[in-house]
Design a binder for this molecule. Structure first.
Ligand SMILES: NC(=O)c1ccc[n+]([C@@H]2O[C@H](COP(=O)([O-])OP(=O)(O)OC[C@H]3O[C@@H](n4cnc5c(N)ncnc54)[C@H](OP(=O)(O)O)[C@@H]3O)[C@@H](O)[C@H]2O)c1
Length: 230
C-alpha cells in the first residue's frame, strides 16, 4: 500500500498503538506528524524521522488548532488525521463516580472533536481521510465498561455524522473499533490472559494504512470492528 506524498497527522502517537501506526504509515511512504500530550522526550525511538509535537492537550480547542496548523506547516499540507489519543478506566457504575464519565468523555471524545475541527480547514480534498479509533466495547458494553463505552460511542457518532457532512467533499471518515490490543499495559493488567487471542497493534496499523490509501476511497461512515479472537 503506497502512501507516498501523503501528509498525515497521528494523535496519541507516543502511545502503544499510536507509535506502531506512525511507523507503518511512514513505512508506506507518508510524511507523519505525531501529536501527543506527553513531552517529546517520551517519544519512542521508532518515531525518529516523524515531526514530533509533544505537550499538546487536545482537550483544549486552541491547543488542537495550533498543533494542527504547525503540523500542516511543517509537512507542507495535510491529507489525513488519525485520532488515536485516548484513555481507559474500568469502573462499575454502582459505587463509581461521575468524574470518571467526565474524564473519559474528555480524553476520548473531546480530543477527537477538537482535532477534527482543527483539521477540517486544512485537510486536502483529493485524498482527504479522517480515521478515529473507537472501541468494540461501544457496540456492547460489559460490566465496568459503561463510562469508557459511552465515550467511544460518542466517537462512533462523531464518525457517522462527519462522514455524512463530508460525503460530497471528497473526505472519507471512518472509525476502527478494536477489542483488547496486545500492549504492555494490557499484559501487565491481565497476566494470565492468552495474548495470542488479542489484536496486534500492527494489524490495526495495516487497517489504518489501507483506510488512508486510494484503495479505500469508496468507504466512508464505516465503523470497523477489529477484534482478533476476543
Ligand atoms: N489498549 C486497548 O486494548 C484498546 C482497545 C480499544 C481501543 N483502544 C483505544 O486505542 C487508543 C490507543 O490506546 P493505547 O493502548 O495505545 O493507549 P496509550 O498507550 O495510553 O496511548 C494513548 C496516548 O494518547 C495520549 N493522550 C491522552 N490524552 C491526550 C490529550 N488530551 N491530548 C493529547 N494526547 C493525549 C496519551 O498521552 P499520556 O500518556 O501522556 O496521557 C498517550 O500517549 C485509545 O484511544 C484507546 O481508547 C485501546
Amino acid at each position: 500500500m503506497n502512501l507516498s506524498g501523503r501528509k498525515i497527522v497521528i494523535t496519541g502517537a507516543f502511545g502503544a498503538l499510536g507509535s506502531k501506526v506512525a511507523v507503518a504509515v511512514r513505512a508506506a511512504g507518508a510524511s507523519v506528524t505525531c501529536i501527543d500530550f506527553s513531552s517529546p522526550d517520551r517519544a519512542p525511538e521508532s518515531l525518529r524521522g516523524c515531526v514530533l509535537l509533544g505537550g499538546v492537550d487536545l482537550g483544549i480547542p486552541d491547543a488542537a488548532a495550533a498543533a494542527l496548523r504547525a503540523a500542516a506547516k511543517q509537512m507542507g499540507g495535510l491529507d489525513g488525521l488519525v485520532n488515536i489519543a485516548g484513555g481507559f478506566r474500568w469502573e462499575k457504575i454502582q459505587g463509581g463516580g461521575i468524574a470518571t464519565w467526565d474524564q473519559l468523555y474528555g480524553v476520548n471524545l473531546r480530543t477527537a472533536v477538537n482535532a477534527v475541527q482543527a483539521a477540517l480547514p486544512l485537510v486536502g480534498k483529493e485524498h482527504g481521510r479522517i480515521i478515529n479509533v473507537g472501541a468494540a466495547a461501544s457496540i456492547k458494553a460489559g460490566a465496568g465498561m459503561g463510562a469508557y463505552a459511552a465515550s467511544k460511542a460518542g466517537v462512533a457518532k462523531l464518525t457517522e455524522a462527519l462522514a455524512d457532512e463530508l460525503k460530497d467533499q471528497g473526505v472519507c471518515v471512518n472509525a476502527i473499533l478494536p477489542s483488547i490490543i496486545d500492549t504492555p499495559a494490557n499484559r501487565a493488567d491481565m497476566p494470565d490472559a492468552d495474548y495470542a487471542r488479542w489484536v496486534q497493534p500492527e494489524q490495526i496499523a495495516d487497517l489504518v494504512v489501507f483506510l488512508l490509501s486510494n484503495h479505500s476511497s469508496a468507504i466512508t461512515g464505516a465503523l470497523i470492528p477489529i477484534v482478533g479472537r476476543v
